[in-house]
Design a protein around this ligand. Structure first.
Ligand code: OGA
Ligand code: MN
Length: 295
């Protein structure tokens, strides 16, 4: 069967059929998916019952694996997954939902805020590929907003105002906005803010997009409240329903997105029941701010 990509009605998102992600892709198939992700920014693959190794192998067709170090408060010895995937579940090492007051759980609730993956890293993530291994019975939809369309819809004055702005991003800003504020000295050093452009140009097609994220907590050259208000206004604009696709998970869905042109969030779900989501993350290749040195 040959690969087909269908644009979901009224949405920017592409649904891919005719591919078995358990098998290695041909170079032609890799080219097709690459062109589709550039164009749609979010791709949905249904019925992909894959292992962690197969998921990672599929992701590595599109770049290198992002080193997950530094994006969590969970100690390595407490990781549930050792396969190189990011654990986006609500589960502990024992396979059970984490207690409501568990630090990892509280920290992970930050995924309910609009964000772009790893915007808190000097070189942020390019693609994320999320696989649904256990779907939660209540809630847990993931929403994606198209930052190209949101940028295009800005008025010319706003576009000119924000063109060269630089923001500070840190996990302490996103988590802090939910009241998660206690960090060890080691964590504070690990979560030190990095700089990111507010407007990015996509290397494949040259369209501009807003680079927003709840990790952004300041705009260089502005007072903190002024900068945060600007970011809040832009995020409100960019996440209006016309720019948003809501993904309702089915078992073995895999969703791939381009963090350079979309933001996403997960909606609240039943934390007493499991939700096992596993993410392969493809590293970006350069800082968004030219002069920023790589970590
Ligand atoms: C992620 C993420 C949302 C979800 O994997 O980066 O934000 O639906 N996940 O769990
Ligand atoms: Mn995310």
């Amino acid at each position: 069967m040959s690969t087909a990509i269908r644009q979901l009605q009224k949405h920017f998102v592409g649904e891919v059929s005719g591919l078995d992600l358990r098998k290695p892709l041909t170079s032609e198939q890799v080219r097709e998916i690459q062109a589709a992700i550039d164009r749609h920014a979010v791709l949905v693959f249904r019925d992909q019952d894959i292992t962690d190794e197969q998921q990672l192998a599929f992701a590595l067709n599109f770049g290198e694996r992002e080193n997950a170090r530094g994006g969590t408060v969970t100690r390595k010895e407490d990781y549930r997954l050792t396969s190189g995937l990011n654990d986006v579940s609500n589960l502990g090492k024992d396979g059970k939902p984490l207690p409501k007051d568990h630090r990892t759980h509280l920290f992970n609730l930050g995924n309910c805020l609009w964000h772009s993956d790893s915007s808190f890293r000097a070189i942020p993530a390019k693609y994320s590929l999320l696989s649904a291994r256990v779907v939660n019975p209540k809630g847990g939809n993931t929403e994606f907003a198209d930052m190209r369309a949101a940028y295009d819809a800005l008025d010319e004055e706003t576009k000119a105002e924000i063109e060269d702005l630089i923001c500070e991003h840190s996990l302490m800003y996103s988590r802090g906005s939910l009241g998660f504020v206690d960090y060890s000295e080691e964590e504070k050093a690990m979560f030190k803010p990095v700089l990111q452009r507010l407007v990015r140009t996509h290397p494949a097609h040259g369209r501009k997009s807003l680079y927003l994220s709840s990790h952004a907590g300041a705009v260089v050259g502005m007072s903190v409240p002024e900068g945060r208000l600007l970011l809040r206004d832009l995020t409100e604009h960019a996440t209006q329903p016309e720019f948003v696709y809501v993904h309702k998970w089915k078992l073995h869905d895999l969703v791939m997105w381009d963090n350079r042109q979309t933001i996403h969030r997960v909606r609240r779900y039943d934390q007493s029941q499991p939700r096992d989501m596993r993410r392969a993350t493809v590293a970006g290749t350069e800082p968004t701010v030219q002069q920023q040195a790589a970590e």
